[in-house]
Write a protein that binds this ligand. Structure first.
Ligand SMILES: [Zn+2]
Length: 224
């Protein structure tokens, strides 16, 4: 049943079984009607919660495109959230195109291919920033409604996301890099990663992979 909480209306919740395991799907709408989905895998009490915030990517998430790292990142995230025993994915279904919407995504992709450039240059040519993360302002309200731990460890390689979450009021204890194996990507996907790394603040940890062992994730329960 639909319920209103401040800016958010909860549309409903239900179990959802994925290849990574079972989540509780909590579906919300912002006042504008924009959907926000939280996939919750919380099986134990903890002082902290593992959080992944992801904007939609139709090509990477639904079509399995390897021209970007979105599909790999989502799969890795869901696995890690399940393994942590205390994880949440906050997903923005209508924020494709790095926040600018699907229409802009198509335009940017066309520019990339016609000019043979990466996404940063394509965004510059279109006169827009690389990404629009304004939707992250609603994340604290989502976390409060789903009643997870107030302190989070965030899965990301994007410092801009961390800055946005912190300025919105999320208490980020630790940043856990989410690095995709470039061998799983096309040449276009690899070029995108390289361009992001060289021209944005995106952090690359080329010498290390995240430690995704259960032991490492258990460590996230101990406040440091
Ligand atoms: Zn993508």
């Amino acid at each position: 049943m639909s319920r209103q909480y401040g800016q958010l209306r909860e549309v409903g919740s239900h179990a959802l079984i994925t290849k990574s395991g079972e989540f509780i799907c909590r579906a919300f709408e912002i006042e504008t009607g924009e959907p926000v989905v939280a996939l919750v895998a919380v099986r134990k009490k903890s002082q902290s919660c593992l959080l992944r915030v992801q904007l939609a990517c139709l090509y990477g998430h639904a079509f399995g495109s390897v021209d970007c790292d979105c599909g790999e990142q989502l799969t890795m995230s869901l696995d890690l959230l399940q393994r942590s025993g205390n994880g949440v994915l906050v997903y923005f279904p209508s924020r494709d195109g790095r926040g600018f919407g699907f229409r802009m995504k198509v335009i940017l992709t066309e520019v990339e291919q016609e000019l043979g450039v990466g996404p940063v240059t394509a965004a510059e040519r279109c006169g827009i920033p690389y990404e629009d993360l304004e939707c992250l302002a609603i994340v604290p309200e989502v976390l409060r409604l789903i009643n997870v731990a107030p302190v989070v460890d965030v899965l990301t390689d994007n410092p801009e996301k961390i800055a946005r979450l912190r300025s919105a009021g999320v208490v980020v204890r630790r940043v856990i890099p989410l690095i995709v194996d470039e061998r799983h990507l096309s040449n276009v996907g690899r070029r995108e990663l390289q361009e992001k790394a060289s021209r944005t603040n995106t952090e690359r940890f080329s010498d290390s992979r995240p430690d995704i062992s259960p032991t490492a994730l258990d460590d996230s329960d101990r406040l440091s």
